[in-house]
Design a protein around this ligand. Structure first.
Ligand SMILES: [Zn+2]
Length: 229
């Protein structure tokens, strides 16, 4: 049975949110449907002006926590915000966007502010895109990959970033993390993510084929989302 919040999100996904005002818009790279911070019940605290940034990179993450579909993604997002505020002193979500296994994209902190991280690397300039799951132990859902491609293409277009500026957390913080996990990192290493993004930027709709499991990688797909609150 669907709760009101899930029904609201489903309704929102059916009607894309209008594009925000920004540096660049094009009908060829539409803004994907995004559950806005107010729609999911975000309770951000003010972020210091000293942490303002100009976006230069799209930096891809996985949660690094096995997704077992025990909570709804919207609950996962709310929990991460309140955990970060209480335990880490982070005023808002550490990431700018979060993507559920079913491809739903949630708005995190505003990209005009640098992200947070548990690893030490220069934070300024990064737009953090996080996918729920642990891609060292489970494979991303094709819908999750497709949303990552659409969002990344739109971010590249909107902020005028070269697709070469799309990277994994491990590329930004070498030796400190294996994020976003080997089963997603392959698309960064072999240039597939960049090719998908370039196709989107060219106005095409690339077929997103995740390919077979890696010989030494996870084989289990991430479980389907359970819509509970
Ligand atoms: Zn990461």
């Amino acid at each position: 049975m669907k709760s009101p919040i899930v029904a609201a999100i489903v309704a929102l996904l059916a009607s894309p949110v209008p594009a925000a005002e920004g540096p660049s818009e094009s009908p060829t790279v539409p803004r994907p449907a995004i559950v806005s911070a107010s729609e999911w019940g975000s309770k951000p605290q003010p972020i210091a002006d000293a942490r303002k940034q100009t976006p230069k990179y799209v930096t891809i993450h996985h949660a690094g926590v096995l997704w077992e579909a025990k909570v709804a993604p919207v609950v996962f997002v709310r929990n991460m915000q309140s955990w970060g505020q209480k335990e880490k002193g982070w005023p808002d979500l550490p990431y700018h966007f979060l993507i559920a296994p079913d491809g739903t994209i949630f708005e995190g902190r505003p990209p005009s502010y640098e992200p947070e991280s548990n690893t030490k690397y220069p934070l300024s300039g990064n737009i953090g895109v996080e996918m729920m799951g642990d891609f060292g132990r489970q494979r991303p859902d094709p819908r999750q990959i497709a949303s990552c491609v659409k969002l990344t293409a739109w971010l590249c277009h909107h902020y005028r970033l070269d697709p070469a500026q799309v990277r994994g957390h491990k590329d930004a913080a070498p030796g400190l993390t294996d994020c976003p996990g080997k089963d997603f990192d392959r698309y960064l290493k072999n240039g597939q993510l960049r090719r998908w993004v370039e196709e989107m930027l060219a106005g095409n709709a690339p077929a997103i084929d995740p390919g077979p499991p890696l010989p030494d990688g996870p084989t289990k797909p991430i479980p389907a989302t359970v819509p509970v609150n």
